[in-house]
Design a protein around this ligand. Structure first.
Ligand SMILES: C[S@@+](CC[C@H](N)C(=O)[O-])C[C@H]1O[C@@H](n2cnc3c(N)ncnc32)[C@H](O)[C@@H]1O
Length: 218
C-alpha cells in the first residue's frame, strides 16, 4: 500500500486529539474477557514473537495486554498519540507507523490487536490490509479486531474539540469475518455487544481469528 492520502487525513485528526478522552477498560468486562482470551491463546501458541497493538492511541489496551503478561508494543499513525502513550506508559514501547505497511519482517509477530483502529481504513482497502496482517503474523498467530458494527460509515467534521475530516467505517461482523477468511485466517470466535456507557451509540463487533499453522486456506 503506497502512502494513500486518507492516512494523512486520519493522522491530522488524531494529532489534534489531545488528552480529551481516555476510555478505559474498567467498566468493560466483555472487552477484558476478549483480551484475556486473546492473551491465553497467544501464550498457548507460544510463538515467542511480540504482539503488536495497531492503532494503539493512548495505549491503554497495550498496557492491559502487558499486565496480562504479553510481550506487546504499540504502533500508531499519529506522532501526538505516540507521545501521549509513551508519557502515560513510560515502561512500554510505542512506535510511529501505519498498519497498512508494517515495519516488520514476514511472520515476525506472534499476535495482532487492532482496537477501534481498522475503522479508519476504507472498506475497499481491507483485503490489502488483511493481507499485510497475514504477512506479518507467524503461523499460529492470533488476531483480534474490534470495531463499531453497521452498514454505513460515520463522517465527522468535528471531533476532539476541533474541525476534522474523519470517517469511522462500520461493517456487519460477517463482512469482516469473510474478508479475514479470504485473506487466509480461520475464525476462532466472534462477539457482538450492545453499546454501553455515555459515549457508545452503536453495537460493537469483535472477531478473533488465527493464521493457521498449515498452508493458508483461501
Ligand atoms: C479510535 S482510536 C483507538 C485508539 C485505541 N486503540 C483505543 O481503543 O483507545 C484510533 C487510533 O488508530 C490510529 N490509526 C488510524 N489509522 C491508523 C493506521 N493506518 N496505522 C496506525 N494507526 C492508525 C489513530 O491515530 C488512533 O490513535
Amino acid at each position: 500500500m503506497r502512502e494513500p492520502s486518507f492516512l494523512r487525513t486520519v493522522q491530522a485528526a488524531y494529532d489534534t486529539y489531545g488528552e480529551a478522552s481516555r476510555a478505559g477498560l474498567d467498566d468493560r468486562p466483555l472487552d477484558r474477557a476478549m483480551l484475556s482470551t486473546f492473551a491465553d491463546l497467544v501464550r498457548a501458541e507460544g510463538t515467542g514473537r511480540p504482539i503488536a497493538d495497531l492503532g494503539a492511541g493512548p495505549g491503554h489496551v497495550t498496557a492491559h495486554l502487558d499486565a496480562l503478561g504479553l510481550d506487546v508494543y504499540g504502533v500508531d499513525l499519529s506522532p501526538a498519540m505516540v507521545t501521549l502513550a509513551r508519557r502515560t506508559h513510560p515502561h512500554l514501547r510505542f512506535v510511529e507507523g501505519t498498519m497498512t505497511a508494517l515495519d516488520v519482517a514476514d511472520e515476525a509477530l506472534g499476535g495482532i490487536v487492532a482496537w477501534y483502529s481498522v475503522i479508519h481504513i476504507p472498506t475497499e482497502r481491507l483485503p490489502e490490509l488483511f493481507a499485510e496482517f497475514h504477512r506479518a503474523l507467524a503461523p499460529g498467530g492470533h488476531i483480534l479486531l474490534v470495531f463499531q458494527t453497521g452498514d454505513e460509515p460515520l463522517h465527522l467534521a468535528r471531533a476532539f474539540g476541533h474541525d476534522v475530516s474523519l470517517v469511522f467505517h462500520r461493517w456487519p461482523i460477517d463482512r469482516v469475518s469473510d474478508l479475514l477468511r479470504q485473506a487466509g485466517f480461520t475464525e476462532v470466535a466472534r462477539m457482538t455487544r450492545e453499546p454501553t456507557g455515555a459515549t457508545e451509540k452503536v453495537r460493537r463487533g469483535y472477531v478473533l481469528a488465527v493464521k493457521p499453522a498449515g498452508p493458508a486456506r483461501a
